[in-house]
Design a binder for this molecule. Sequence first.
Ligand code: ZN
Length: 431
Amino acid sequence: MPISETEIKELTHRLFPIHRSQTGTGVRETLDVLGDFGIQLDRIEIPSGTRCFDWHIPMEWNINDAYIADMAGKRLVDYRQSNLHVVNGSVPIDQTMSFEELAPYLHTCGLPDALPYRTAFFQDTWGFCINQIQLEQLRRQKQLQVKIDASYFPGCLTYGEATLSGETHRTILIWTHICHPSLANDNVSGIATAAALYHRLHQLTRREYNYHFVFAPATIGAIAWISKNEDLLPGIFYGLVLSLLGDDSNFTFKKTRANNHFVDRCLENLKTIGHWPASIRLFEPMGYDERQFSSPGINVPTARITRNPEAGFPQYHTSADNLDFISENRILESVELVFELLMMAEDNCLPVNTSPKCEPRLGQRRLFSAFGDSESNIKFQKAVLWVLNLADGTHDALEISSRSGLPFQEILTAIHTLEMHGLIQIRKVNP
Ligand code: ZN
């Protein structure tokens, strides 16, 4: 059974409130929820201090409570109302101070009712994120009680991974980040898309590729995973970073650093011939974890699929990126897009014409009908002619689709029909 909207809704509503960070209990709780969702995850814990290339795994951060209160003890800013109130990764503080002393540690955003999302990883500082009304309330106080009950301690960085095995030794890596607190599009939507995609692929009776899913904190999580898995990298056909997939906007496909990899050709085909509403961006060394996979010493071809990219919408990294901003049907649409993309790798093949000297007699084989003028029949006959023409052993099904302007699935149907008539031999590609 495919994953339903109700199941996606339950998943996103469980994931959203969790206070995730680079490390700590929020990441583990997120992996617990994914386990409950039926994903067979291995949980990896890498101790603080472990060297990963030029980085070290940081100390683990956890938080119990935080507030800014007036001198009567009334909380004017309360962590229990929103985990976004505390700058993620803040060091502890327990002090009484004036508004002027507190002001440098307060953050607001362009949306007056919303809280910004701020982090202080690898920095020895703290802060609060507030809306404009709270800022004015605080300004009226002479003295304020400021407390962040958080701790850094030698612990671990945590990530989860799961593999769906296929028949070849080649792997497609599905990557999404799990380090943001209560933000829905960035990245509860990416986590939910990857989780539903896992089930979609799990239901296939046969898979050509292995699908390796990793749910990890951004940047340091990617660096840690890569440094632990360097021996796996040569077996990765390509990687896909999934995030920002639940809002109403069109898709944005970010191509690999190679720019002409198979997955890049697939993305172009999905946009131009598959008619997925999308824009295509060239690779740039900014963005999410495609940066780490695309570094010169790693060089795993990695594309990224988002809808509106990061910083491309006003709600980005604010409390307005909430569950009202995303929808279950958009997440399921994202799952279908990525599934269609992956099936292009599964189904691609190299057709070779066994009767390449002039056109074979298609009418005699009932492949060409003088009366078959329905739209689908005309399309099918075009697909047959394109396949026969380009099946010289140098054009794969994907290229025939792109050259002909006919959908990939139409080309596959023509290839398999021609094979049944002995006019095409099918060879494997992209092993
Ligand atoms: Zn983000």
